[in-house]
Design a protein around this ligand. Structure first.
Ligand SMILES: Cc1cc2nc3c(=O)[nH]c(=O)nc-3n(C[C@H](O)[C@H](O)[C@H](O)COP(=O)(O)OP(=O)(O)OC[C@H]3O[C@@H](n4cnc5c(N)ncnc54)[C@H](O)[C@@H]3O)c2cc1C
Length: 338
C-alpha cells in the first residue's frame, strides 16, 4: 500500500510506501526536502501536516511536544504516513544560485585568534565562486577522503575569500596539521556549502543568537549579513565560552552593540580565570538566556556550538515554551567519518 503526499505551497507530489519514512520517500523521488540528522533530533525537516495522519513507529521524538503533535507539527525523518497527506514544509529553493561544489582552494591567511582558535581565510581559483547562505558550512576533503566540517564565518557578500574559525581538537588530525605545520598558500580541497542553519526571512520575531566557542563563526556570518541588509529586528547575542581569551573576537559583537540600537551583546563565561578579572555573566550560556528573558516564545532562536550546549539548551528552551519551529541550531558534532 502506498500513499500520495502533496507539499504546500509548491504542489510537488510524491508517493510514500507503507512504513517508509516520509523524508526517505521524498529524497528517493528527488524532492528538495530539508533535513540534517535523520534521527528526529534536529527538527530541520519539521513541518505541518495540514491534511492526513502521520505515525512515529519508534514513538514521538524529543523535538516534538505532545501538544505540538496534536496541532499538526511533525518531523518527517522518523514518521510514516497513515493516509494520503498534505504537508507544509520549507522546501530547499533549488532555483537559487547556491549549488554544492567541490573546489581547490588556497590558504590565503592563518591568524591565531586564541591559543586554540585559528582564523583561516581561503581563496578560490579566479574563475570560481562559492555562493552560500549565511550560517552554512563547508567540508575539507582529506587525502583519505574523510571530511572535516567548518562553518563559514563571513557574510556571503564577501566574494574575496571564505573565512573559517578552527578550534584545535586534542589529537585532531586535521586541526593539529593546521596549527602545527600548515603554511599560508597551501592548497586544500573543499566541498560546500552544506547545512540548513541559515537565517529565515519569513518571521518578524526578534532574534536570540547563541554561540558556544567557535559556534561564533556561523553567528558572525548571519549577523554580518543582517547588518549589511539593514535588518533592524532586535537581536540579543549571547556568546558562551570558558575564559575571556576564548571570546576570541569579543571586539566585534561589542562594536555591533555600540553601533546599533537593536543589537545587544552578552558574553557569558563558564570557567573565568582569576586574571580575567571578569565582572560579567558567568555560568552556562543557555541558563543566562532564560534568566534574562522571561518569555522566550516571542523569539526566533539561532544557536551554534558544541553538542552538549545545543542539547542542554534545546531541552531548557522547550521546557520554557519555545515552539520547536522557532529554534534553529547547528551542532558541531564530530563529523570526521568517511
Ligand atoms: C556542521 C558542523 C560545523 C562545524 N563547524 C565548526 C567550526 O566552525 N569551527 C570549529 O572549530 N569546529 C567546527 N566543527 C567541528 C569540526 O568539524 C571538528 O572539530 C573537526 O572535524 C575536527 O577534526 P580533526 O581532524 O582535528 O579531529 P579528528 O582527528 O577527526 O578527531 C580526533 C579526536 O577528537 C574527537 N573529536 C573531533 N572533533 C570533535 C569535536 N568537535 N568535539 C568533540 N570531539 C571531537 C574525535 O572523536 C577523535 O577522537 C563543525 C562540525 C560540524 C558537524
Amino acid at each position: 500500500m502506498s500513499y500520495q503526499v502533496t507539499l504546500k505551497p509548491s504542489e510537488h507530489t510524491f508517493t510514500v510506501e507503507e512504513n517508509e519514512f516520509i523524508l526517505d520517500a521524498a529524497l528517493r523521488q528527488g524532492i528538495a526536502f530539508p533535513y540534517q540528522c535523520k534521527t528526529g533530533s534536529c527538527a530541520t525537516c519539521l513541518g505541518n501536516v495540514t491534511s492526513g495522519k502521520v505515525h512515529y513507529p519508534d514513538g514521538l521524538p524529543l523535538t516534538i511536544m505532545e501538544h505540538e503533535h496534536e496541532q499538526g507539527k511533525a518531523v518527517f525523518c522518523v514518521s510514516v504516513a497513515k493516509s494520503d497527506l498534505e504537508l507544509k514544509v520549507n522546501e530547499i529553493d533549488s532555483s537559487s544560485d547556491v549549488q554544492i561544489k567541490t573546489l581547490p582552494a588556497r590558504v590565503n591567511s592563518l591568524k591565531r585568534l586564541a591559543d586554540d582558535v585559528m582564523e583561516m581565510t581561503l581563496k578560490l581559483p579566479a574563475s570560481e565562486s562559492m555562493n552560500f547562505y549565511a550560517g552554512q558550512y563547508l567540508e575539507f576533503i582529506m587525502r583519505d577522503k574523510s571530511r572535516r566540517a567548518f562553518s563559514i564565518a563571513n557574510s556571503p557578500s564577501n566574494e574575496e575569500y571564505l573565512e573559517l574559525h578552527l578550534r584545535q581538537v586534542p589529537d585532531g588530525i586535521f586541526t593539529n596539521h593546521v596549527f602545527d605545520s600548515m603554511k599560508e598558500k597551501a592548497m586544500v580541497r573543499i566541498e560546500g556549502p552544506f547545512g540548513n542553519f541559515y537565517i529565515r526571512d519569513t518571521s518578524n520575531r526578534p532574534l536570540i543568537m547563541i554561540a558556544g566557542g567557535t559556534g561564533f563563526a556561523p553567528i558572525k556570518s548571519i549577523l554580518e549579513k543582517l547588518i549589511e541588509e539593514g535588518d533592524t529586528r532586535p537581536v540579543e547575542i549571547y556568546w558562551g565560552a570558558r575564559a575571556k581569551a576564548d571570546l576570541y573576537r569579543n571586539d566585534l559583537p561589542e562594536k555591533w552593540a555600540l553601533q546599533f540600537e537593536h543589537i545587544n551583546y552578552i558574553p557569558v563565561l563558564s570557567e573565568a580565570k582569576d586574571e580575567d578579572n571578569w565582572e560579567g555573566r558567568t555560568g552556562f550560556v543557555h541558563e543566562a538566556v532564560v534568566e534574562d528573558i522571561s518569555d522566550i516564545s516571542h523569539y526566533d532562536i539561532y544557536m551554534a556550538g558544541p553538542p552538549i550546549m545545543i542539547n542542554s539548551a534545546k531541552a531548557k528552551f522547550s521546557e520554557q515554551g519555545l515552539p520547536v519551529d522557532q529554534l534553529y541550531s547547528d551542532s558541531f558534532e564530530y563529523a570526521g567519518a568517511l
